[in-house]
Design a protein around this ligand. Structure first.
Ligand SMILES: CC(C)(COP(=O)(O)OP(=O)(O)OC[C@H]1O[C@@H](n2cnc3c(N)ncnc32)[C@H](O)[C@@H]1OP(=O)(O)O)[C@@H](O)C(=O)NCCC(=O)NCCS
Length: 194
């Protein structure tokens, strides 16, 4: 008797392209080369960059091209999933959401930004919500966590709305621009009430 077909592992989601996720007015899809100008315009804004750990300011010319190529490599390697957030029917990038995986722990860290021109329309909340659903329901994550600077109230609201609870302050935990900053860590477990 042959069990080979039963023993074959499930196909990895990372073997193909990152899945397209749709939600309300938004489509989340892979970044493609033509998005570079929109990415550069959005993240050149100091108000976006300074709230992140790793987006440099000033943003170097051409860095968005490298960023997009990196997102494609990271997805194929199964290390980071990065979605471009576009408005349905418009296909212009308004933001990004990423999951950085720690597979031995079935955990991921979520990160995101939205272009200032699109702030306050619920886009981050909706995009993060659909990515969390994908992470828990399709990828089988056990925990999603987020780190934000103390004082990033908008990000705190987004995280609260998608069910991440603040768990504490990590004093001086992350260095940006040479300064060790206080960080709020928050998390949601798969079995937390939605
Ligand atoms: C954080 C960010 C992604 C939010 O994007 P967005 O699409 O405007 O978010 P939403 O519209 O879904 O929700 C924003 C919430 O923050 C609230 N908010 C915005 N600015 C705020 C402020 N200064 N103080 C308190 N709340 C604020 C809004 O009122 C809204 O909450 P509500 O629905 O309860 O009214 C966007 O501001 C951004 O890109 N910031 C810079 C990058 C960043 O912070 N990334 C996260 C790093 S941890």
């Amino acid at each position: 008797m042959c069990y080979a077909h039963r023993m074959r592992p499930a196909p990895s989601p990372f073997a193909g392209p990152i899945p397209v996720l749709t939600t309300g007015p938004l489509v989340l899809r892979a970044f493609v080369a033509r998005d570079a100008a929109a990415v550069e315009a959005a993240v050149s804004d100091v108000g976006v960059a300074e709230q992140t750990l790793s987006i440099p300011h000033p943003y170097p010319r051409g860095a968005a091209v490298d960023f997009i190529a990196t997102t494609q490599r990271e997805w194929s390697a199964g290390t980071v999933a990065t979605w471009a957030v576009v408005q349905r029917g418009v296909d212009a990038v308004v933001g990004a959401v990423m999951l950085r995986f720690a597979w031995p722990h079935r955990r991921a860290e979520v990160g995101y930004w939205v272009a200032r021109t699109a702030w306050g329309r619920g886009f981050a909340t909706e995009a993060v919500r659909v990515v969390l659903d994908y992470g828990f329901d399709v990828l089988g994550l056990h925990r999603v966590e987020a780190r934000r600077w103390v004082g990033n109230e908008a990000s705190g609201r987004v995280l609260a709305k998608v069910g991440l609870r603040d768990e504490g302050i990590l004093r001086g935990a992350l260095v940006r621009d040479g300064i060790a900053r206080d960080v709020i860590i928050s998390g949601r477990l798969r079995d937390d009430p939605r």
